[in-house]
Design a protein around this ligand. Structure first.
Ligand code: SF4
Ligand code: FE
Length: 413
């Protein structure tokens, strides 16, 4: 089966997910959209098992049937967690409009009907199935929001509103000169559930509010170290910056070399933390392996910062032409072409159009379509920075650290 559909059975499996993610980041230079489903499958594997053990529900066996279907038919699953959330000062039951968190609006003998929306859904347009999950800790009275289930991506009642991205219409222009990444781009959509039916056999939590928080915590332990993907995209950006330095004749300058060192150091920090979280995976009673939550959150916290610094250094190396480069049409223009060829020339033997392509790639990753993936998604994907800090505080284990300090300080209270 495909690793994106696989339930990790060892720490090596979890590490292999990360290695795959870095490689795919290198090959696509964007968000390749499959990890959310993989991380949701892995988190639900243990949550359904433990919920059954605790309450005698029958979710795990049902969920395994879904996983088998996905594996045997090689299907793409979109993990749909993020609700629009409305007034952030209030939870699901405090909202004036209860649909701002996806919820059950009707219970039937054969299933439930859900209404609501899931925001920023990476890869949903090209998924076969959507796995809906609650987005946050729920109170005991918020049973209608404690729903986990799988729906086909074309189920009646589903609507997708595609997000706009910076410079997106460039990919509809003739030629590829201004696109930046001529092969790939990511996409997200707002998915609206206008009364979508989920049959009983596709429901994997239904009213067990106490399991919402562990589900979110486990999902994010997987997903926050999945952001090793950004080190693969970082490799592309570092490569583009190094290429520009070479084209422009600045590659021997010590400060440029040092900036490339700094970019590499930051990029490997992201990779190192993610892969460390994966190496430190532990086994859940269900038999699957889950990454270390603290390291995963520290990884993602770095992802909310380091790509921005890498992008800043790439723009520094690229120079001002990054923002003022004429269009591919002008570069090829009858009158403008020869003039631009003369005035945008750099090192002997380097074609202006190749310099322009490398600049467009840096633009694409730091200002254009793939800046959504490399920067904004790094900031907010898998939870915004503060969400990681909350988890880091929870797992910081200050009492144990205080005990260490007391021991060495000779404090005997
Ligand atoms: Fe995967 Fe990264 Fe895209 Fe998330 S942002 S789906 S981890 S490639
Ligand atoms: Fe994500």
């Amino acid at each position: 089966m495909h690793r994106f559909q696989h339930v990790a059975a060892s720490a090596e499996d979890v590490v292999a997910q990360n290695l795959m993610q870095r490689r795919l980041g290198q090959l696509t230079g964007t968000c390749f959209q499959r990890c959310v489903g993989m991380d949701a499958i892995n988190a639900l594997f243990s949550v359904t098992h433990e919920c059954d053990q605790e309450s005698g529900t029958g979710y795990h066996a049902r969920f395994l049937e879904f996983v088998k279907l996905v594996q045997t038919e090689n299907l793409v699953v979109g993990g749909a967690m993020t609700d629009p959330k409305g007034d952030r000062g209030k939870g699901p039951s405090g909202q004036k409009d209860p649909d701002l968190f996806l919820r059950v609006v009707e219970r039937r003998p054969d299933g439930v009907v859900v209404r609501g929306a899931k925001a920023h859904q990476t890869g949903c347009i090209n998924s076969h199935w959507l796995l809906v999950m609650p987005t946050m800790r729920l109170k005991p009275n918020e049973k209608d929001w404690a729903i986990v289930g799988a729906v086909p991506a074309d189920a009646p009642g589903l609507a997708y509103v595609y997000g706009r991205q910076s410079c997106d219409t460039r990919s509809m222009e003739e030629g590829q000169g201004d696109v930046g990444n001529v092969r790939y781009g990511g996409q997200e959509a707002l998915v609206i559930f206008e009364d979508v039916f989920i049959p009983n056999e596709r429901i994997y939590l239904n009213g067990e509010t106490a399991w919402a928080a562990p589900l979110v915590e486990r999902f994010t332990a997987y997903h926050r170290r999945s952001y090793v993907c950004k080190s693969g995209v970082g490799d592309v950006l570092i490569g583009a910056a190094a290429l520009l330095a070479e084209y422009q004749g600045t590659d021997k300058a010590s400060h440029i070399r040092d900036k490339l060192v700094e970019m590499t150091h930051l990029n490997e920090t992201v990779h190192g933390l993610g892969i460390a979280a994966s190496h430190q995976s532990f086994e859940r009673p269900a038999g699957n392996f889950e990454p270390d939550g603290l390291l995963a959150n520290v990884c993602k916290q770095h992802v909310t910062r380091l790509p921005f610094e890498i992008a800043r250094l790439a723009q520094d190396i690229a120079g001002g032409l990054l923002g003022t480069l004429p269009s591919a049409a002008d570069l090829a223009g009858l009158v403008t072409g020869p003039l631009l060829d003369k005035y945008l020339r750099v090192k002997e033997g380097v074609r202006v159009k190749d310099r322009a392509r490398a600049l467009r790639l840096v633009e694409n990753l730091t200002l254009g379509r793939n800046a959504v993936g490399y920067l904004t998604e790094s900031m907010h994907g898998a939870g915004s920075p503060q969400a990681q800090r909350i988890q880091i505080e929870r797992q910081a284990d200050l009492p144990a650290k205080k005990a260490l300090a007391k021991h060495l300080a000779g404090i005997d209270e």
